[in-house]
Design a protein around this ligand. Structure first.
Ligand code: PRX
Length: 566
């Protein structure tokens, strides 16, 4: 957004049809994210413009223009059709941040499939739960992750095709098929499936307090919100070089690592490598990155490495910085001003919201520690937790709530209407977070309103961890809670009561940690296990995670009598 256009200007007369018009979408006509992010951009004469500048940990590089992305996503779509995958079927992408992931995402959408991106570090149990729930038909993966798929294949009768993107000749096993994106004959013309605004597009799995992770179901119309927030909040302009550090296994990596930037025809770069401050700064310097979207955990890591590392690089290309996923503490904002000469702008949203909903607009006064104000078109408030009515006075802490109906909001949890319905009160959608609003309408994040653990910006559900812990032969019962961490904000801590005959020593602690890492993921792995004789429970026998969590954070436990009556 140019500095002369203010937040107030944007609010006046706001209507989502601004984005519909710019995306050339008319009610009743087909709308397909795959087509809009590639063919449409080529039609605008940007076919030769770089869409993706990719690099991996070994320094290998690849470049794709928008016309490459258009043709290669056609190629993926045609391949899926040849396999017999039908519109509406779920196609999982289970890959590192390789070009196949970004291009495959558009390809699945072009043939009318529903994309199910899953984080490639997921272990076999995490994968099984999500593929089983979605009744997934096909999965794209790499050789190094195929092993995990092979182990669970027998439990997945619906999974007809395992597509290996880097297959070795003659090494395919049952249901596996090779697909080499760059060697396939390119498909120049593909009849894109005529999806409509409400046709399901993306299924992202997210965790809650109870039950297994749920599939948050987005529709093609979500592009309207993702497009406009990318333009106004991330401030993306035609000549930008944009870098979103998120993995498309999570919603930030798809809403703002694929759909948002490409719907605007923006060049983006991807670094498929782990964190290192040297490498990150060198990447920004090399590609002349102008807009950078990252997360507080990454900023805290950069802070830890100090401003000197930043100063050794030419970071003068940077124009705008934004952050998401966890509270952006005031120190991080102040430090980024010192290190980069500009603040990180906080953005608050969720898998369920699909796009940024509360934010510090470019040009708007940044109050370090505050998330900013609602995006135009988003009605947001905080509700009194007893009445579910908006808190009457400024500064009162309540539940963050949004008036449903913005374009990118999920339409359902996959096959789980009950949990979806439980998210609404008095006509408001509840985010599951607490905050206060100040006199000027700025939101101040306080914390989650449930037992979900936010580790480095990734939500981890305690129930999934506890279920996996129960599969260990020594575990009788357990509780997984958050424990404070200086870099990741929170990490998982497990309280474990053992079955008779087992001793809670260091060896067993390590064994259980590894057990969870392999089954679920490194994120879900407890960083500490405390062996206990028993766990605090309500009268009806529910484990009181809140009591354990409060102890970890040195916080008051709160009213135990209500907990006891649960
Ligand atoms: O608790 C909030 C936290 O992350 C949750 C959403 O997580 P997820 O659905 O995985 O999506 C993450 C990326 C959009 C929220 O309910 N969260 C997200 N952004 C912020 C945040 N907490 C504080 N400040 C933020 N800016």
């Amino acid at each position: 957004m140019s500095k002369s256009v203010t937040y107030e200007d944007r609010l006046r007369g706001f209507d989502w049809s601004i984005a519909e018009r710019e995306l050339e979408f008319r009610e009743g006509e087909p709308l397909n994210i795959g087509w809009h992010c590639s063919d449409r951009i080529c039609r605008q004469g940007k076919g030769d413009k770089p869409a993706l500048l990719w690099e991996d940990h070994r320094g290998a590089e690849k470049r794709f223009t928008f016309d490459d992305v258009r043709q290669l996503s056609n190629t993926v779509a045609a391949f899926l059709q040849r396999l017999g995958v039908r519109p509406g079927e779920r196609v999982c992408l289970f890959m590192d941040k390789i070009p196949e992931l970004y291009i495959g995402f558009l390809g699945v959408l072009k043939m009318g499939g529903i994309v199910q991106p899953l984080f490639s570090a997921f272990g076999e149990d995490a994968l099984l739960t999500r593929l089983e729930n979605a009744q997934t038909t096909a999965i794209f993966t790499q050789r190094k992750h195929a092993l995990k798929v092979r182990k669970i294949l027998d439990k997945l009768p619906s999974l007809k095709h395992v597509v290996i993107v880097d297959a070795e000749p003659g090494k395919l096993q049952q249901r596996e098929v090779a697909f080499d994106l760059e060697r396939e004959t390119r498909v120049d013309q593909f009849a894109v499936h005529a999806t409509l605004r409400e046709t399901p597009s993306v299924l992202h799995y997210t965790s809650g307090t109870t039950g297994m992770p749920k599939g948050a179901q987005h529709v093609h119309y979500s592009i309207v919100g993702q497009y406009l927030t990318s333009k106004w909040v991330l401030d993306l302009r035609d000549d930008d070089i944009y870098w979103c550090t998120a993995d498309p296994g999570w919603v930030t990596g798809t809403s703002y690592g694929i759909i948002g930037p490409w719907s605007l025809g923006i060049t983006q770069c991807v670094l498929d490598a782990g964190y290192s401050s040297e490498r990150w700064y060198a990447f920004i310097q090399k590609h002349r990155v102008t807009v950078w979207y990252s997360a507080p955990t990454a900023i805290r890591l950069l802070m830890r490495d100090g401003t000197d590392v930043a100063r050794r690089h030419d970071l003068s290309s940077l124009r705008h910085l934004a952050s998401v996923g966890e509270p952006l503490n005031a120190e991080a904002v102040i430090w980024s001003e010192e290190a980069f000469g500009m603040p990180f702008h906080d953005t608050f949203w969720q898998t369920e919201t699909g796009c940024i909903v509360i934010t510090n607009f470019p040009g708007m006064k940044v109050k370090p520690g505050s998330m900013g104000r609602p995006f135009p078109g988003i009605e947001a408030t905080v509700l009194d937790p007893r009445t579910y009515e908006p808190c009457a006075s400024a500064g009162r802490v309540g539940l963050i709530a949004l008036r449903p109906g913005w374009p990118s909001m999920i339409r359902a949890y996959w096959n789980n209407q009950t949990v979806y319905d439980s998210k609404f009160r008095n006509g408001w959608y509840l985010c599951g977070d607490r905050a206060s609003i100040d006199q000027e309408g700025y939101f101040w994040f306080v914390g989650r309103d449930d037992d979900v653990i936010n580790t480095g910006g990734h939500l981890v559900g305690p129930f999934e961890i506890e279920s996996a812990l129960l599969e260990h032969p020594a575990v009788a019962e357990s509780a997984a809670v958050a424990k404070p961490d200086p870099v990741n904000m929170e990490v998982v801590k497990a309280f474990v009561a053992l079955k008779p005959g087992h001793r809670g020593d260091d060896d067993l602690e390590l064994e259980i940690m590894n057990f969870i890492r392999k089954k679920l993921s490194p994120l879900a792995m407890p960083q500490e296990i405390e062996f206990v004789d028993s766990l605090p429970k309500t009268r009806s026998g529910k484990i009181m995670r809140r009591v354990l969590r409060a102890r970890e954070f040195n916080e008051p436990v709160g009213d135990l009598s209500t907990l006891m009556n649960d």
